[in-house]
Design a protein around this ligand. Structure first.
Ligand code: EPU
Length: 422
């Protein structure tokens, strides 16, 4: 397996282009299952998670062609040959469960493996299941698989989610596009990826309103048709690269970034003494004066501070002036980066869902490893400011969600390379 070597201490200057959003693409791709006509996605990110979703869709009979070096995905589900999402694929990527809603809507049945243990917490599927049951599906758990049936098709319903789950909102939204009658999703997730999915479904002929708010209304239609859709910018990749100059110094412009995607995050950066300026092409980020200051962070569903930026923010706060408090409220086990940051000389402790970070002048390079995508990239960010060499092992996790991290950071002056593990 590859590793990334970072030698810290260089300020970063220049531009980084932000790719299409992984978490939007992983919901948009299964939308192909809703129609027998083609769906084209442009601005697709080139990531191993997208390849995993490709494998899954192909196993169901969909055709997936990658064009323009992977930036365009031409999908077609003219004929479905299977309605079963196998454990071997689902265990690799939880987002595989996003085929459940579309399969039920189109084929009136689906067999989808439960994702099982996940590095960042239990992540059950109960909210997805209750929502689809409210729409008339019968769902049983057998042999680790959810067996879902909707003889005669799904029916529109009033669905109140007990928590604003992103995935459950996406599954319900997709399912409702072909259901008979009107569906109201209450306490819906409001993430930009939900709005992006709704935009794509509307382009396919779905009737949806209220996306981006807590109540989404969907009038079911008989069929969806061909469409082309551009994947929204990845706000988590954006936030990650915005932290690079905040940590290492210099000034970086993130091309394609917009404030509205990362408002709560930008507010915390501002409080920490990092300036963010919206330009014609993106967001320009630099420290206001020297070292950032400590700030407190509480993760929350959108529009709150994203859990997917908590680890990266912690990397910055490790060298900020003062003591910060980070509270993780979305996942029960999302501090895997903390012990690795300790190995780099950070001063912090974790109690339950709260991490307390006391900023130190300088981190020190070390071999580190993390078992989650965002934790891994936080260690690269920490390495940018650390004295000496940081070796981030198990790059497999990074490649799930960051395309060419070493090329993007290298282009703005980071001393970073990918090496093959002996
Ligand atoms: N939850 C339940 N039951 C459910 C569904 C969720 O209890 O049926 C709980 C989860 O265990 C978790 C919380 O609700 O504690 C949030 O889960 P949610 O369903 O909102 O998350 P998700 O759809 O599984 C997506 C992103 C994650 C991101 C979360 C939260 C995708 C493919 N994944 O996951 O992204 O952290 O929303 O914003 O969209 C990442 O990209 O690194 C990543 C983990």
């Amino acid at each position: 397996m590859d590793a990334i070597l970072v030698r810290g201490g260089r300020p970063l200057n220049g531009q980084i282009t932000i790719a299409g959003a992984k978490n939007a693409a992983l919901a948009l791709m299964p939308a192909t299952l809703l129609s027998d006509e083609p769906l084209t996605l442009t601005n697709a990110p080139r990531l191993s998670d997208v390849r995993t979703m490709t494998t899954l869709l192909r196993s169901l009979g969909a055709e997936v062609q990658t064009l323009q070096d992977g930036k365009v995905l031409a999908l077609s589900s003219h004929t479905l040959t299977s309605t079963r999402a196998d454990y071997d694929i689902v265990r690799k990527m939880r987002a595989s469960n996003l085929v459940l809603g579309p399969l039920l809507a189109r084929a009136h049945r689906a067999v989808v493996s439960l994702p099982g243990g996940c590095a960042i917490g239990a992540r059950p599927m109960d909210i997805h299941v209750s929502a689809l049951e409210a729409m008339g599906a019968e769902i049983d758990l057998k042999d680790g698989y959810l067996h879902a049936n909707a003889p005669g098709g799904l029916k529109g319903a009033r669905v109140k989610l007990r928590f604003a789950s992103v995935g459950a909102t996406e599954n319900t939204l997709m399912a409702a596009t072909l259901a008979r009658g009107t569906t109201l999703i209450e306490n819906a997730a409001r993430e930009p990826e939900i709005v992006d999915l709704a935009d794509c479904l509307r382009a396919m002929g779905a009737q949806i309103s209220g996306d981006g708010t807590s109540t989404i209304e969907i009038q079911g239609v008989a069929r969806l048709h061909a469409a082309s859709h551009r994947v929204v910018a990845d706000r988590i990749e954006l936030g990650t690269y915005m932290l690079a100059p905040a940590i290492a110094g210099g000034e970086v412009e993130c091309i394609g970034g917009r404030i509205h995607l990362v408002e709560a995050f930008v507010e915390r950066l501002d409080a920490a003494g990092v300036s963010v300026e919206e330009t014609a092409k993106g967001l320009k980020v630099a420290r206001k004066n020297g070292r950032p200051h400590a700030v407190d962070v509480v993760t929350a569903p959108y529009p709150g501070f994203p859990t997917d930026l908590q680890a990266q923010m912690m990397a910055m706060l490790c060298t900020a002036e003062g003591q910060s408090r980070l509270e993780e409220r979305i996942f029960e086990n999302r501090f895997m980066h903390a012990p690795e940051l300790l190995r780099m000389g950070a001063s912090l402790d974790v109690q339950g869902g709260v991490a307390t970070v006391r900023g130190v002048d300088r981190l020190k390079g070390a071999p580190v490893m993390a078992t989650d995508l965002r934790a891994s990239v936080s260690l690269i960010l920490a390495g940018l400011a650390a004295e000496g060499e940081t070796r981030v092992n198990r790059v497999y996790h990074l490649d799930r969600g960051y395309e060419q991290v070493e090329a993007k950071l290298g282009a703005v002056g980071a001393d970073i390379e990918r090496v093959s593990d002996a």
